[in-house]
Design a binder for this molecule. Sequence first.
Ligand SMILES: Cc1cc2nc3c(=O)[nH]c(=O)nc-3n(C[C@H](O)[C@H](O)[C@H](O)COP(=O)(O)OP(=O)(O)OC[C@H]3O[C@@H](n4cnc5c(N)ncnc54)[C@H](O)[C@@H]3O)c2cc1C
Length: 286
Amino acid sequence: MIIYQDLNFKNFNSLKINCKIKLFLEVENVNEIYLLKLIFLKLKIKYYIIGNASKILFKDEYVTCPVIYINNSFSECYKLKQHFLVSSGFLIKKLIINLAKNNYGGFESLFAIPGTLGGLTYMNASDNNVAISEFIEKVIVLDENNNLIILDNKQCQFSYRNSIFQNNKYTILYVLLKPIKRMENKILENIKLSLKYRINNQDFNKNTCGSLFRNNEKYKAYELIIKCQCQNIKINDAHLSIKHANFLINDNNAKANDIILLINMVKNKIYEKYKIILEEELKILN
Ligand SMILES: Cc1cc2nc3c(=O)[nH]c(=O)nc-3n(C[C@H](O)[C@H](O)[C@H](O)COP(=O)(O)OP(=O)(O)OC[C@H]3O[C@@H](n4cnc5c(N)ncnc54)[C@H](O)[C@@H]3O)c2cc1C
């Protein structure tokens, strides 16, 4: 385990928000996760679990609760006949390339998502065609009492950008994936196509968390944002993208407070006009 004290978090989160974390614990295996959880449970200490920090915002400028960082240092992948058992810290990009080398794929359009398999599972990350949950057979977790449990796909209650993990305190350890047989060349071609689409349609290289608000069957958040002219709202360096109206952007020095103010202003404007309460997709940790 790598332990950082008073870590400057700016370069660890894709929004590039500056905050300091008192105790940042980069784990390398299941034993470390188990022990940390056990200690925090016994001592009744609140803690956070994060993946690649592409969908989170810490509300405070100084985070005093310990943060367990499940990322690239916890990368394991085992082939079991048609299945792959993959640890939650595996970055999705790296995983897709690894599977492609074995001629397995199916979710390569998610290549550009800058997250870990744990984060993608928690969020049920998706693009227009594919959701990660379509390839998940089982998820191995530590529950709120630190017991090991195995959930099958149905028990994970996956729906659009949602899963059971958003409503409990489970820590995702491993995911059993069943990718489909696909030739490596085809997968690489699909990755190129999806990257081209994203570069043309999204602020791919800016400081962003991707979409700020959730869509649902009744509306698309970006349409409401455009109709209410919310792209004109700027709070210091925080604003919404011109290219993709639901993308949150930090030009450089936005603070968490700027983003929270922006969220409230956008929600109020949309509520005033349409009586719709938008729900954040960004996870605000406080
Ligand atoms: C440029 C860009 C493009 C994006 N495009 C898309 C897209 O097309 N589709 C899409 O769905 N999303 C997209 N996103 C959003 C984001 O990348 C995804 O939501 C991703 O799944 C988050 O993964 P992460 O590892 O960064 O999780 P984090 O941001 O670190 O965490 C997100 C949530 O998951 C929880 N979590 C993370 N790991 C674990 C674990 N092991 N156990 C339990 N809980 C855990 C955290 O507590 C937190 O609540 C995009 C983001 C960016 C910046």
